[in-house]
Design a protein around this ligand. Structure first.
Ligand SMILES: Nc1ncnc2c1ncn2[C@@H]1O[C@H](COP(=O)(O)OP(=O)(O)OP(=O)(O)O)[C@@H](O)[C@H]1O
Length: 243
């Protein structure tokens, strides 16, 4: 499974947020870090066609997000920070099942798939509970389960633990780490990235570092120091610690 970005640029209201990004993403676990506003979410959203770039192309195994939107949405699952925004059905099982409605599976197959996912993610006991009564951690697990039930090839998670306490953060991160599919994880929780195959550091719409987790975290930490200045924060006169 390879995601490729070719000279991807994007602006909101004339303000550039992605600048000429070239990337080939084939590793199993890839992290993305960067200051608030550095363009991480926009980059992540280009990966499944939620954002179509103003210029350049995003390809999944050679298929352009512009031309194969439906197939790519199906193959690239997306999990947001705020699970509540992602939960659409009244009960836990219904919310997981909704992603299968166009799957071509029979009702029995769908039920079996839903039950297996609920079991695997510790939600079997909450099958018929109102989704909005779950705890924050359970809600995020539900949002994840509702995406995983569709068996995407790639999972993109945009700060999935931002609203969680330390214990639930650890549970979600462990779950993500154990997934067999390719994972692109945006996070401000740097410890989550240990053992990842690759970590990208973003600043002002560019990938300014691309390497192993320890080096990437060191680079990002240096970038965030007030004296060097991140893209969106106070700046030093001459560009900080870019490579
Ligand atoms: N739909 C939108 N319309 C207008 N501006 C937007 C939109 N989405 C993002 N932006 C702006 O684009 C810039 C980059 O946002 P983006 O969400 O990609 O950054 P980020 O690195 O993910 O930030 P954070 O860590 O805060 O989530 C920000 O200044 C943001 O306000």
């Amino acid at each position: 499974m390879t995601l490729r970005l070719e000279r991807v640029s994007h602006a909101y209201d004339g303000r550039p947020v992605l600048r000429d990004v070239d990337l080939e993403l084939g590793e199993h676990r890839i992290g993305v870090v960067g200051a608030n506003g550095s363009g991480k979410s926009t980059l992540a959203r280009t990966l499944n066609g939620l954002v179509l770039p103003d210029s350049g192309r995003v390809l999944l195994d050679g298929r352009d997000t512009r031309r194969h939107a439906r197939e790519i949405r199906r193959r690239v699952g997306f999990v947001f920070s705020d699970a509540s925004a992602q939960i659409v059905m009244p009960t836990v099982a219904e919310d997981v099942a909704i992603g299968l409605r166009r799957s071509g599976l029979t009702a029995g197959e769908q039920r079996a798939r839903v039950d297996a996912v609920l079991e695997r993610h510790g939600l079997a006991g909450h099958r018929d509970h109102p989704a909005h009564l779950l705890s924050g951690g359970q809600r995020q697990m539900l949002a994840l389960a509702s995406v995983l039930v569709t068996e995407p090839d790639v999972l993109v998670c945009d700060e999935p633990t931002t609203l969680l306490d330390l214990r639930n953060t650890a549970v979600i991160e462990e779950t993500l780490r154990a997934l067999p599919q390719q994972l692109v994880l945006l996070t401000h929780h740097l410890e989550a990235l240990s053992g990842f195959d690759r970590v990208l550091v973003m600043d002002e719409g560019r990938v300014v570092f691309d390497g192993l987790p320890d080096e990437a975290v060191a680079h990002y930490t240096a970038l965030m120091r007030p004296d060097t200045g991140a893209g969106s924060g106070p700046r030093a006169p001459e560009g900080g610690s870019r490579p």
